[in-house]
Design a protein around this ligand. Structure first.
Ligand code: ZN
Length: 881
């Protein structure tokens, strides 16, 4: 484990390396406990660098076995090797030489899952961000690009399959049951994109012909016996390849594209050139085992990793500060892909919900950082919602500002100008300035400045002058180490909605630039005057969520009701209803705290019924609209001194009132939505299921609800319905006979499939109430649980800590004691997963004082440990700062 060195890396310290490695030959002799790696690096000195400049290579826990320059051993006094670096002082005067490095690895005992490790008997690698240095000494930084040739030798029976990046060039048998394969990747790439897989896996093959006629062999490798679960991923891959050709003009560039699913993986997936490696959770899909949400995730992540081939691999990052250059852009691309494959409005609502659930709390708490950070201690902790999700929103805003056509032109220029480069955010912004002639310097603050900007808006209409005046004020709250903020450029899509629901025209506007329905906020305050507005319109703002800001609009309640029913922008319609629901829960929260009776407006309850039945709306949209804001969403809006128990009480009370007020309508609709045809994972069918399952959640609150939910569970013919019913039983009727029966049935049916058992763990871990802590402790002893597997840890412990407000944030602090114990236990094996788990505490300062103090004690208890990993110490100390 790499312990903390206290070192901080800073963007302003960037300088190119003195040496380059144009060619890399790797020779792996695989064995579980002693894998031999011989690296033959062609090293060249960068022009102008003194021949006396030392060559310093990165390592991480390495053991050096042999070192040669141009085939001759290097004398002991001219190099210095530690586990974490290799320094060569006497270097040949020639501009180029070959450095041979032999290291020995023990993949079977690599529990951190970085570098070369074993997952279920399969050798695999994860090198991003800095895992390659756990394989051999190297200039392990993204701006050192090299052409790789990789030879893999292994036992034929143990590892019939030998894969690496690029194209296969040779293979054959050797003595003693061993064999080998050689792969060559003609595209120079940074070390973080290196990959190797060796093992005994099942395979599904297909082929694809690009528009220009290149034929590509596609392979998906999964555990034997699961071949029938790879079809959806293959289909998603083919659709991604076509889409990137059509929408971005990008074709694939190798003869093969391989995708491997492994069961021990720190993150979602990895875009290694020509050899994507996936967490099996994001590959395997069948109706019996995967939910509609799983299908949608698989489609999105397969696309995401594939799209990286251009945005990430062909054009990579100069340094890790530029991570959003590839991640934000690639998330934007996968969002657009999913929007095109499914319903655009529904997809947008889901994206915004995710952004608010994960990025907003990050941006509004101690872990806030700019989309392009300026400093880090541990780069693994910057694979965040801010870099990915907000990074994608920033790209979306560029398109909003430029328009689709100029945006595409800019992207074309980006690919043309920077293909083969390790680029920066400045390079990216420049292409859009060049194609549009616009100055994006104020806009660039979205990359440089952390925090969620806030816009306060009020409007007044003067019928006698037919003028609408809109006052807009922006503020950006302070974030850690950035107390003074500069004013941002915020593109705000809007409409003036007339009484018939249609947008009304105006004669002129002054006070802000308005182009194509987008108002550009650039100053602290704008007084925007629209003339020729005869009737009082209702202002619809931030349509389509054009900017990732928080809005406080002085709306009359009836205006929100009006928008929720009539806004022509579906996102804004959803938003209006969601705001009404959130406000209702917050009001109930306050009354709960004040021991006052709870009261909900009849109009709101009725509107829920009307939305449920509105045939003009997609099923999926209706399901999203009727899904009450999560307790964490409500807590975020309350923002301080939060009592999670009262939030829970307020939200539950609203759910019950909606169910009671609409029981007839909901029951009928629930029955009508029953599907008898064969399962298909398409968006329309998924939408029907989503709406029906949402209705079940409400109906389960009425008399006989537990029996109804158990019926639903037993009648389910797919995982979506089965898991939904189980969640309703465990969350709404925890401890009931019906809940116990369903849990047992699920376990009996899926106990042997750990990925499916993750759902069973997660549903139980997110059951509200103080009793869940003991349940989680008990489940950690379950045969299907394993503390070394990241998926198990995330589904049982991660979901408990980050998605169970009442269970985890117990007023007696025992949830936090469990947190300390478990995070430290996970850290022993896997610091990266432990650090991610620890981010569950990021909003601790918004809790009421008793819990705050208990949370602080827990964080301090971790901080005081000796020998903490760099990963965990960084998160804990920033969270406490
Ligand atoms: Zn990515």
């Amino acid at each position: 484990m790499r312990t903390d060195t206290g070192q901080t890396f800073r963007l302003e310290d960037y300088r190119p390396s003195d040496y380059l490695i144009p060619e890399t030959k790797l020779d792996f002799t695989l064995s579980e406990h002693a894998t031999r790696v011989v690296a033959e690096l062609t090293v060249s000195r960068r022009e102008g660098v003194s021949p006396t400049a030392p060559l310093v290579l990165d390592g991480d826990g390495l053991v050096l076995k042999r070192l040669e320059i141009d085939g001759k051993p290097v004398s002991a006094d001219s190099y210095h090797a530690t586990p974490d670096s290799l320094t060569l002082r006497a270097i040949p005067a020639a501009d180029r030489f070959v450095l041979t490095i032999e290291t020995e690895l023990a993949p079977a005992s690599n529990a951190a899952l970085m570098g070369l490790y074993r997952s279920n008997g399969v050798y695999c690698t994860q090198c991003e961000a800095e895992g390659f240095r756990r394989i051999t000494y190297f200039l392990d930084r993204p701006d050192v690009l090299s052409v790789y040739t990789v030879r893999i030798e292994a036992d034929q029976a143990e590892a019939p399959l030998l894969l690496s990046n690029g194209n296969p060039v040779d293979s054959g048998s050797l003595e003693k049951g061993r064999h080998f394969a050689v792969w060559h990747d003609p595209f120079p790439k940074p070390s973080y994109l290196f990959a190797l897989v060796a093992g005994d896996l099942g395979c599904v093959k297909d082929s694809y012909t690009t528009t220009s006629g290149r034929s590509v062999e596609l392979g998906i490798y999964i555990e034997h016996g699961k071949e029938n679960q790879a079809g959806y991923a293959m289909d998603a891959l083919r659709r991604s390849m076509r889409w990137d050709e059509e929408v971005f003009g990008r074709e694939y560039d190798l003869d093969v594209f391989n995708l491997v699913a492994v069961s021990d993986f720190n993150m979602g997936a990895m875009e290694n050139k020509g050899l994507n490696i996936f967490n099996d959770k994001y590959v395997l899909a069948a109706e019996e085992t995967a939910t509609d949400a799983d299908f949608a995730n698989i489609e999105a992540i397969v696309a995401h990793e594939y799209f990286h081939n251009w945005t990430g691999n062909r054009i990579t990052c100069r340094d890790w500060f530029q991570l959003c250059l590839k991640e934000g852009l690639t998330v934007f691309r996968d969002h657009e892909f999913s929007a095109d494959q499914r319903s655009r409005a529904v997809k947008r609502i889901a994206e915004v919900r995710t952004l608010r659930a994960h990025q907003f709390p990050e941006d509004q708490g101690p872990l806030a950082h700019p989309v392009r950070p300026r400093r880090y201690r541990e780069i693994n902790n910057f694979y965040t919602a801010t870099v990915y999700e907000k990074g994608s929103e920033v790209v979306r805003m560029i398109r909003t500002i430029l328009g689709a056509e100029l945006f595409r032109k800019g992207m074309d220029l980006y690919f043309e100008r920077h293909d083969g480069d390790a680029a920066t955010i400045e390079d990216f912004l420049t292409v859009f300035e060049d194609v549009s002639g616009r100055d994006l310097s104020q806009f660039a603050l979205w990359y440089h400045q952390a925090g969620t900007p806030n816009l306060s808006v009020s409007a007044s209409h003067n019928p006698s002058t037919a003028e609408l005046t809109v006052e807009i004020e922006q503020s950006v709250p302070p974030t850690p180490s950035e107390s003074r903020k500069r004013l941002m450029h915020i593109p705000l899509a809007f409409g003036l909605v007339g009484h018939d629901g249609k947008d009304i025209a105006y004669a002129s506007v002054e006070g802000a630039t308005v182009e194509n329905g987008v108002l550009h906020v650039r100053k602290r305050s704008h007084t925007v005057r629209f003339t020729g507005v005869e009737e009082r319109p209702v202002l619809s703002l931030n349509r389509g969520f054009s900017a990732p800001v928080s809005l406080s609009v002085e709306h009359k309640p009836e205006d929100l009701f009006f928008l929720a029913s009539h806004d022509s922008d579906e996102f804004s319609r959803w938003q209006a209803f969601n705001t009404l629901l959130t406000n209702a829960v917050i009001a109930a929260y306050r009354n709960t705290l004040g021991d006052k009776p709870l009261h909900f407006e009849e109009g709101l309850l009725e509107l829920a019924g009307r939305i449920a039945q509105d045939e003009r709306l997609e099923h999926a949209f209706r399901a999203l609209a009727l899904t009450l804001p999560a307790e964490s969403d409500v807590a975020r809006d309350i923002s301080h001194n939060i009592d999670p128990d009262a939030v829970h009480a307020g939200r539950d009370a609203l759910a019950l009132r909606i169910a009671e007020a609409n029981s007839g309508v909901f029951s009928k609709l629930y029955d009508d939505l029953r599907m008898s045809d064969a399962f298909t994972p398409d968006a329309a069918s998924a939408g029907r299921r989503a709406l029906r399952n949402t209705l079940l959640d409400f109906l389960s609150l009425l008399p006989g609800g537990a029996v109804k939910a158990l019926d639903h569970f037993q009648a389910a013919t797919n995982m979506t319905d089965r898991a939904a019913a189980l969640a309703v039983l465990v969350h709404r009727h925890g401890g009931s006979e019906q809940a116990r029966e369903a849990l047992a049935a699920f376990e009996a049916r899926h106990g042997a499939d750990p990925l499916v058992m993750d759902k069973w763990f997660m549903i139980q871990a997110t059951a509200p109430g103080t009793g869940t802590l003991d349940a989680v402790r008990g489940l950690m002893k379950h045969a299907a649980f394993s503390i070394g597997n990241p998926n198990r840890v995330r589904s049982l412990i991660g979901s408990f800590a980050s998605a169970n407000q009442t269970g985890f944030h117990r007023a007696d602090g025992t949830g936090y004691a469990f947190f300390v114990e478990t995070v430290l236990e996970v850290e022993k094996r896997n610091p990266q997963v432990a650090a991610r788990l620890a981010t569950a505490m990021r909003s601790w300062r918004s809790l009421e004082l008793t819990r705050q103090e208990l949370a602080r004690q827990a964080l301090l208890a971790i901080q005081s440990q000796d020998g903490l990993s760099a990963d965990l110490r960084d998160i804990i100390e920033r969270t406490l700062a």
